[in-house]
Design a protein around this ligand. Structure first.
Ligand code: HEM
Length: 550
């Protein structure tokens, strides 16, 4: 099947220019189960909060993240090189082993992530400083990073002429490749590596060739989810969103992209729970599950969990993908990739990147929209329903483009709590990196790290930066701010390509997030929730759903 090589979904238009020439979906080839190579490996999400099951009370952080917000207008123009004085980068790494261990315990337990960064910004009077990042010994032996904690310096991490992105998707350690069939996955490849372009093209092909299936499959799986929530509410008075979302997201993804039905395969309903374990094996060095500190730090942060323990489960997932991705694997072979490498990558992109993203972001977005209250709900319901009505009752990408408040609400949720918070990049050459307050010399080979919420809540860029302002990105001025929304490892007004490291699923994520709000507010006038923290984003319980009355 022929396909065009570049995908340029402009997120503002959600047009996909890459396409198969005959526009046919891939047919699942029921190929034979292949042998799983004896070693495999897993994915990234270094922004995991603790699993403490306390209800979250505050809707905004109590303390500002950045040194005194300037009274000037937030900047909306591109940062120009300035004449800021060059300063030595403050901070140090401490003694070997002790320094990384101390920073790790501060990060997870003594201070917690946000306070860890805020207190150091205060101490050094700088948003750029040296520190260690977890896990440290004995999983990673070089935990030294230069932290970039403002919206001006953070974009250095997207510039692949300045940073190398090899093997640092999860930060200062890389999970064993035994967790991914013995292959280094696309997310760990630098654009300079030949397979990066081939595999990214494969992802673009998957996304573009099945674009017509996304909206109907989403509607089908999330209709079931809403029915499940309603049933839970009618029988128990409340219903958890996360587990229902896991099943809906997995079913939706594999049916939209591969025309696959897990329930009719030997995988059954086990997909989401297997993925959960598999992701834990990859990310445990940078997770906190809320267990007692002494036990958790020893069990999760000092040594790797043996990949063998998850091998059988992964093989089940792999078999399911191998049986259902035949057409795409053939395309991959035409590009010079092996079927096996393609299949492990399709599995990874679906289960780690996409399922993982929806698992974190959907509950988080519901949390922010839920907390915003009835006024916003009513406005969204009015906007969404009136556009759909004038579109003959059909939900289409074009119709969603006209829902300006809904679109802005999605971007605001991605700004205020970017689902993948940590990004890394290794300086390819000596650089000078500027924050708002100073310029800093970085040497070739040094590891740069950015904690994204500090960039997207930078008060020198966004007014009321700690607040959820649903209409923030509406209108001409609002849209200009989209270049500071960087959840996809790049600005919202730029596109992923084979030569950059921007998220391949950028426009897909925006589309499905819009769909969630559209389906929600077509069905309901308003909703209420309770929110707790979990290891991966918010744990949301729906406590009321008010059916559409207009
Ligand atoms: C809420 C959902 C998602 C979020 C927050 C997210 C975020 C990210 C981020 C931050 C990166 C860059 C990581 C780095 O290099 O430091 C990335 C890369 C990537 N994402 Fe996503 N992603 C999401 C969904 C998806 C989906 C649906 C796909 C589907 C194909 C996808 C595929 C990829 C791939 C293949 C890469 C590596 C790109 C490359 O190597 O050039 N992601 N994503």
């Amino acid at each position: 099947m022929a396909y065009s090589s570049s995908l340029s979904f402009q997120s503002s238009h959600l047009q996909i220019s890459s396409h198969t020439h005959n526009n046919k979906p891939f047919i699942s080839s029921k190929s034979k189960l292949l042998q799983l190579p004896s070693n495999h490996h897993f994915f990234k999400l270094t922004n995991i909060s603790r699993i403490h099951l306390n209800t979250v009370h505050a809707s905004i952080s109590e303390r500002p993240t950045i040194l005194q917000p300037s009274p000037q207008q937030p900047q909306t123009s591109k940062a120009q090189p300035s004449n800021l004085p060059v300063r030595k980068i403050p901070g140090d790494y401490g003694l070997p082993i002790v320094g990384p261990w101390k920073d790790r315990t501060d990060y997870f337990y003594n201070q917690g992530k946000e306070e860890f960064f805020k207190s150091r910004i205060q101490k050094y009077q700088s948003t750029i400083f040296r520190t260690n990042m977890p896990p440290g010994p004995f999983i990673s032996f070089n935990s030294k990073v230069i932290a970039l904690l403002d919206g001006k310096s953070f974009p250095t991490l997207f510039d692949v002429s300045k940073v190398e992105k090899k093997d640092l998707f999860t930060g200062t350690f890389m999970p064993s490749v035994e967790l991914t069939g013995g292959y280094r996955m696309l997310s760990y490849l630098d654009p300079s590596e030949p397979n990066h372009a081939k595999l990214k093209k494969l992802m673009f092909l998957m996304l573009s060739s099945r674009r017509d299936y996304v909206i109907p499959q989403f509607q089908s799986y999330y209709k079931n989810l809403f029915e499940e929530l309603e049933f839970g509410l009618s029988t128990k008075g409340k219903c958890g969103f996360n587990e229902a979302n896991d099943h809906a997201a997995f079913g939706f993804l594999v049916s939209a992209w591969f025309d696959a039905k897990p329930a009719e395969s030997s995988l059954g309903r086990d997909g989401p729970s297997i993925i959960g374990k598999w992701v834990l094996f990859q990310l445990h060095p940078v997770l906190s599950l809320g267990l007692p500190k002494a036990i958790e730090d020893v069990a999760l942060h000092n040594f790797r969990l043996p990949p063998n323990l998850i091998k059988k489960d992964y093989a089940r997932l792999y078999e399911f993908f191998y049986d259902n991705t035949g057409g795409l694997m053939e395309e991959a072979e035409n590009m010079g990739l092996s079927k096996e490498e393609a299949c492990h990558n399709l599995l990874f992109a679906t289960c780690f990147n996409s399922f993982g993203g929806m698992k974190i972001f959907f509950p988080n977005m519901l949390k922010w929209v839920g907390r915003a209250g009835v006024k916003l709900h009513t406005q969204l319901a009015q906007e969404i329903r009136s556009v759909i009505k004038s579109n003959g009752g059909k939900v289409t990408m074009r119709a969603m483009e006209e829902m300006h408040l809904m679109k802005s609400t999605v971007f605001e949720a991605l700004r205020i709590e970017p689902p993948v918070a940590s990004q890394y990049g290794r300086a390819k050459k000596d650089l000078v990196i500027e924050s708002h307050d100073g310029a800093f010399e970085v040497k070739e080979g040094e590891m740069l790290f950015g904690y994204q919420p500090f960039a997207t809540k930078d008060p020198k860029i966004f007014v009321r930066s700690e607040e959820f302002v649903a209409d923030r990105f509406m209108g001409e001025e609002g849209e200009k701010l989209l270049r500071h929304v960087v959840w996809s490892n790049g600005p919202q007004n730029e596109s992923p390509s084979v030569s950059n490291k921007q998220c391949a699923g950028k426009d897909f994520v925006v589309l499905v997030s819009r769909m969630l709000l559209v389906e929600l507010f077509l069905r309901y006038d308003s909703f209420e929730i309770e929110v707790k923290n979990s290891a991966l984003g918010a744990a949301v319980t729906v406590t009321s759903l008010k059916r559409a009355s207009f």
